[in-house]
Write a new protein. Structure first.
Length: 376
């Protein structure tokens, strides 16, 4: 008698395991975020505005301006972590997107400074120009300048990334062409006839939204705006990487060919996160320009883009919080060492990057995670 083979439908099916939904942020993460916002929006402004200058608790506008500038760098490091840590795309051209956002805001600040007199900027008068170039149209409005700070890096990243990712350029080859793009843009902006101030760039900012730039109140306001922007970007990036889009990005980073076999097209996922990252850099650049008081082509240098990658590597890529910590620590050390021992800084930065790469490939965040696992 022939044996009866049970059909697959008759086989017992394992009970589905329902996954417990994880919190958007762990309790310590929410506590750290709340403390950061309180310090940024309450404590620092009070110490700068309400405490007299002779008091030991007074915070000078210089330190608040320096902190605001470092927060802008932290935004760029966070944007780098999205493309490198989660999508596996090492970019050496994020300095270009950062500078484009700064130039968009610098154009508005230049026009606001000359709005009363109706004169052209000094570098345009020197070249005997009689009117603004067409691409300066609308930059006298703050809302349009902010839109331009986001749209210009985003559009450039979308066009460049579409052709690069469609050609399946990746790895070190993609890093090289991003570096070449940044260097070419820097040479273009160095030319006086491009209408961006040449090697001097855009500077001498005096008015922002009708208020004078350089006062303590404006310095505190820009610091608070940078803090809120960084917190918003962190929450958005946290939501993005925990969504289905972020999980596909991580799969592309680990095994792109398998993702293609599963029916996903990596082009649009890589292009999406690449464009989002560039737009985040544009916002950081727009907040950076009024705090520093100048934006010039040196911000597009390849050395600056390499430093951005170093911040993410030291802090720990693929963690979101790691690159922020790395950017803050490295730039705080740079601000002190370039004054105390300027000849040592570059050697120290290079040595730190080599040590982290060899002995702590997951950065400071990885060391913290390993320590917690060993304790557990």
């Amino acid at each position: 008698m022939a044996a009866v083979i049970p059909s697959p439908a008759a086989a017992p099916r394992p009970r589905a395991q329902l996954q417990q939904p994880t919190a958007f942020l762990p309790p310590w993460g929410w506590a750290a975020l709340i403390v950061f916002l309180l310090l940024a929006c309450v404590a620092m402004p009070l110490l700068a505005l309400a405490v007299p200058q002779g008091s030991s608790l007074h915070v000078s506008p210089y330190w608040i301006g320096l902190a605001g500038k470092i927060l802008c760098y932290a935004m760029v490091a966070l944007a780098m972590d999205l493309v490198w840590g989660y999508a596996g795309i090492l970019s050496l051209g994020h300095g270009l997107f950062f500078a484009l956002g700064g130039y968009a805001m610098g154009m508005y600040l230049n026009r606001a400074m000359n709005a009363a007199s109706g004169n052209l900027p000094d570098f345009m008068q020197f070249m005997q120009w009689t009117h603004f170039p067409w691409y300066w149209a609308g930059t006298q409005h703050f809302a349009y300048a902010m839109f331009l700070a986001v749209a210009a890096p985003g559009l450039l990243a979308f066009v460049f990334g579409f052709f690069a990712f469609r050609s399946r350029i990746k790895g070190v080859y993609f890093s090289i062409i991003t570096q070449a793009l940044t260097y070419a843009a820097m040479l273009l902006f160095f030319r006086n006839e491009t209408g961006f101030g040449g090697n001097n760039g855009l500077t001498d900012f005096k008015v922002l939204l009708g208020f004078p730039v350089g006062t303590t109140g404006m310095t505190v306001s820009l610091f608070v705006a940078s803090s809120l922007a960084l917190a918003a970007m962190f929450l958005f990036a946290r939501w993005l990487v925990r969504s289905k889009f972020g999980r596909v990005l991580t799969a592309i980073r680990d095994a792109e060919s398998r993702v293609m076999f599963c029916g996903y097209n990596p082009l649009w996922f890589k292009l999406g996160v690449w464009t989002i990252s560039a737009m985040m850099c544009g916002v950081a650049g727009a907040l950076y320009a009024p705090q520093v008081g100048i934006i010039n082509p040196s911000e597009m240098s390849t050395a600056n883009s390499i430093e951005i990658a170093i911040w993410a590597a030291i802090g720990g890529r693929g963690t979101l919080i790691g690159p922020i910590v790395g950017a803050v620590l490295v730039n705080a050390a740079k601000s002190w060492l370039t004054v105390a021992m300027p000849e040592v800084w570059l050697y120290l930065l290079g040595g730190l990057f080599i040590v982290v790469t060899l002995f702590a490939p997951y950065g400071l965040a990885g060391i913290w995670t390993q320590w917690r696992q060993r304790r557990g």
